[in-house]
Design a protein. Structure first.
Length: 275
């Protein structure tokens, strides 16, 4: 099996000519998620446009925290949120399938995002739902077992792509079998990409702590100092979101391509092939 460094190098080679489409697919998934979440908030009465405000153009904190939702609204919110999660999960699954096609020489396309909806949608939803249930149940014990279960099932979507007729439970079992003794390898591979996100976290935590320590006496400060603190906090949050967003479009295509190469290497060890 290739080393993680070799896997990353191989993934970069496969992404040549496909990187732009990989970013576009991420943008499409992000837009779809934002639109669906907005619809959910509107239907459940959580949208600011549907809030009962006492004459304010925008809700204040008192009006937000004083709002009460009926059991029906709460149930509707949970049901719609699950539906949205399954839809976005299916699009993400299709995106992962695209990287396997890429390894076979087929260019990435937006059409990959809808492939899971085209046939056997019930099985697609079943694979996603079972993965979520298993990870949640293991996470109830402790965070570490939940992470271990997450990595045990990391190849499920790839296996489903190669074996669409395999039973849902068998797909998950096959992933667990393939990942036996390899979970740390994949975790280290992911970490080599995700560590980049620590840069903005450390930067903005450092700036935030330094800035607010300068105004430690804000309790008896004037309104201008308090306003400055609030604007500083909002500015840091917006900047953090912007940097995370930029890093996502840089890191995620490479990480997902590397995962596809990792899967192909696992199949080689098992004397199998993609497709």
């Amino acid at each position: 099996m290739l080393t993680n460094k070799e896997i990353r190098s191989t993934a970069r080679e496969y992404l040549r000519g496909n990187y732009k489409m990989a970013v576009i697919n991420l943008i499409l998934i992000t837009i779809a998620n934002s639109v669906l979440q907005s619809v959910v908030r509107t239907l459940t009465g959580e949208s600011a446009l549907n809030m009962r405000m006492t004459g304010e153009t925008l809700p204040n904190w008192d009006s937000v925290f004083s709002m009460q939702y009926s059991p029906f609204q709460t149930t509707l919110n949970v049901v719609l949120s699950i539906i949205v999660a399954l839809i976005i999960g299916s699009m993400q699954m299709g995106n992962e399938w695209g990287y396997l096609d890429m390894l076979d020489g087929t260019p990435l396309s937006a059409g990959h995002l809808v492939k899971p909806f085209e046939n056997q949608l019930s099985k697609t939803l079943g694979v996603l739902a079972l993965q979520a249930v298993y990870v949640i149940l293991w996470s109830v014990l402790l965070v570490i077992p939940g992470i271990m279960k997450l990595y045990s099932l990391a190849l499920s979507n790839f296996i489903y792509f190669d074996n669409p007729d395999m039973k849902t439970t068998d797909i998950l079992r096959q992933s667990e079998a393939f990942m036996r003794g390899k979970k740390m390898r994949l975790f280290q591979l992911d970490l080599s990409y995700l560590v980049v996100y620590l840069i903005p976290v450390a930067l903005f935590l450092g700036i935030g702590v330094s800035a607010f320590s300068m105004y430690a006496g804000a309790a008896n400060a004037d309104s201008d100092a308090l306003l400055y603190q609030a604007l500083l906090l909002v500015g840091l949050m917006l900047a953090a979101f912007a940097i995370f967003g930029i890093l996502t479009f840089i890191v995620e295509p490479r990480r997902k391509a590397a995962r596809a190469v990792f899967y192909s290497e696992v199949l080689k060890e098992e004397n199998l092939s993609i497709g």
